[in-house]
Ligand binder design. Structure first.
Ligand code: ZN
Length: 590
């Protein structure tokens, strides 16, 4: 029988979760926690929570699910010593792979869970995660029933979200709040710009309804899911009690929710109903909705009984911690391709014509082209030496056959380099040289060292940190010096919600309430990427970046090449490291 995992954003919610029959609870302290705006737990409250969970035979997981910088490790050590001595949680939920390695080196007996913020959604992730000491994978919420089932067939515990709020961007891959308001979702400070108004057919084209899989409990149980997770560390004790109590019954009786149970779930909190669109594969505008006045009125009708804590009958068997097995560096693989210094020309979404590639070929150290658009380019084999194909940001198990075919085409054209957005894809890259993309979220030296031992040829530093905060590593470092940063990657077509989808040619803008335009482009499989309204520009800082050990300077284009004269000017500006005459952002550069 699957376990039921409930959220506890406060001590009151923890009592509600236990009283309603949760097997496992997750909560965070005051720091390194993706819900920094929840009430959370101070150290005294953490000690009390540890005791309450022990007495009631409930497992306790602590969230350490943010990206960390080198300067955070001293405080982390102190926090971990406290947690291990005084709270003794059953597991830690971790986003940052560098942090995971550091934890296993320093606290080898702890149990690790890979947070959904780590964007893991494929079988390819399993062996690497296990080598890094992860016992459990919290699957991405965008996965279909079929893809969940496939990953569950691997030898690792799989945790699946069954209820609660959804992010419109792939979790861990969202820079919107960070780049427009300096409140990083990856640091626990998300300001939820996706819940705001934008112009178009739907006024709230980014606001997803909450997830509810209460109709799919027997299917999920049959798939071998280890634990059913409820989202909601920002929600009330009434919410935690009501939702946990209903799912407790559904699991115990292995059935779908009744009409009354569904009505109760909806009454306690919904955004104009629920969605199971990712799970069933019915992706589209019906998945979106906002919280209406009638939703709020309904919530007032929910009263919960007096909370009674009765301990679960038997204590859990402890999960045995997995050891850290760092991969042996394959030295043949990392002999870097010829050009590891200079400008990377990165073309997002669609490749430019072959003429553009020819014109700037000499100038570039590397040219990044989307792998899904390569077959369109006649004569690409003449330029194969400097081309690296960019993999889709998301490759589910159901996509991997098609992506392997595209890689086969690239290889036949003489291309030897791949830019990868997720370490789980290393397995399908075969003998290609690999470059790590911005979405590997490299914000500390531990992550750099890990990627070096995984034999990557170069790695892009996360735009959420200035490279000078990372220590020296022999791995070639890359940083974006021009370009509209990708803010969100969405499974849904956002243009469809606005009423502007142009299918194969899909793309346009998203306009917010201050009349700012964000370009939107179609990615692989009609997923969308939303880009920042203004470009990041640091080409005039290249000499300083060099001192921080950055050797590759990325110019990221969405369609700038369409105006040839302007594009020429832009390239000249960047290569001359000149100050920019247009509106720009400096991002997190310091
Ligand atoms: Zn579209």
């Amino acid at each position: 029988m699957p376990f039921l995992l409930a959220p506890a954003g406060s001590p009151e919610c923890l009592r509600a979760a236990i009283a309603a029959g949760a097997d496992e609870v997750y909560l965070g302290g005051d720091a390194f926690n993706a819900r920094i705006n929840a009430k959370n737990f101070g150290n005294k409250e953490l000690i009390a929570a540890g005791e309450t969970c022990k007495i009631n035979n409930v497992r306790l997981f602590i969230t350490l699910n943010t990206l960390v910088a080198d300067r955070d490790f001293a405080a982390l050590r102190e926090y971990m010593v406290f947690l291990e001595q005084s709270v003794q949680p059953d597991a830690y939920i971790v986003q940052d792979i560098g942090l995971a390695v550091w934890l296993k080196k320093n606290f080898p007996d702890i149990v690790l869970h890979a947070s959904t913020q780590m964007q893991q959604h494929s079988s390819g992730a399993v062996s690497l995660l296990k080598a890094l000491g992860f016992s459990r994978i919290v699957l991405a919420r965008e996965m279909s029933d079929k893809n969940i089932k496939t990953v569950c067939q691997n030898d690792i515990e799989c945790e699946v979200f069954v209820h609660g709020a959804l992010c419109v961007s792939m979790s861990g891959g969202c820079l919107m709040s960070s780049m427009i308001g300096k409140r990083s979702g990856n640091r626990g400070e998300c300001a939820q710009p996706c819940r705001l108004k934008y112009s178009g057919k739907s006024e709230y084209p980014l606001s997803l309804k909450d997830l509810c899989l209460a109709e799919h409990i027997p299917e999920l149980t049959a798939m071998g899911v280890t634990s059913f997770k409820i989202e909601g560390r920002m929600k009330s004790p009434e919410y935690v009690y009501t939702v946990t109590e209903i799912y407790r019954r559904l699991i115990d009786e292995n059935r779908s929710a009744t009409y009354t149970e569904n009505a109760r779930l909806r009454a306690v909190f919904s955004r104009n109903g629920f969605t199971d669109g990712y799970f069933t594969g019915k992706i589209g505008p019906s998945m979106f909705g906002i919280r209406s006045e009638s939703d709020k009125k309904l919530a007032k009708t929910i009263k919960t009984e007096k909370l009674v804590l009765s301990p679960r009958e038997e204590p859990f068997k402890k999960t045995a911690p997995l050891p850290l097995i760092l991969p042996h560096k394959n030295t043949e693989m990392i002999i870097p391709p010829a050009h590891q210094k200079g400008f990377v020309l990165r073309f997002e979404s669609r490749s430019p014509g072959i003429g553009v590639i020819k014109k700037y070929y000499e100038l570039a150290a590397r040219i990044d082209l989307p792998v899904w658009d390569l077959e369109r380019l006649d004569g690409i084999n003449k330029y194969s030496e400097k081309i690296s194909v960019v993999l889709p940001r998301t490759i589910y198990d159901s996509d991997s056959g098609e992506v392997q075919r595209l890689l086969g085409f690239a290889k036949a054209a003489g291309i030897t380099q791949v830019t990868l957005s997720n370490v789980a894809y290393l397995g399908i890259c075969g003998d290609f040289y690999t470059h790590g993309d911005y979405s590997l979220n490299v914000t500390n030296t531990e992550t750099l060292s890990l990627l070096e031992s995984l034999s990557l040829s170069s790695v892009m530093i996360s735009p959420e940190i200035s490279p000078r905060f990372l220590s020296f590593s022999p791995l070639a470092k890359e940083y974006i010096v021009y370009g509209r940063l990708p803010l969100m990657q969405t499974e849904n077509c956002i243009q469809k919600n606005i009423g502007n989808c142009r299918r194969d040619n899909c793309g346009g803008t998203l306009t917010d309430r201050t009349n700012t335009d964000f370009p939107v482009r179609r990615e692989y499989k009609h997923r969308n990427i939303i880009y920042n309204s203004v470009p990041l520009y640091l080409a005039d800082k290249i000499n300083a970046l060099k001192k921080s050990d950055v050797g590759l300077y990325t110019l990221l284009f969405i369609d700038e090449y369409e105006n040839e004269r302007e594009f020429d000017k832009l390239i000249t500006l960047c290569t001359q490291k000149a100050p920019a005459p247009f509106a720009l952002t400096r991002g997190y550069y310091k």
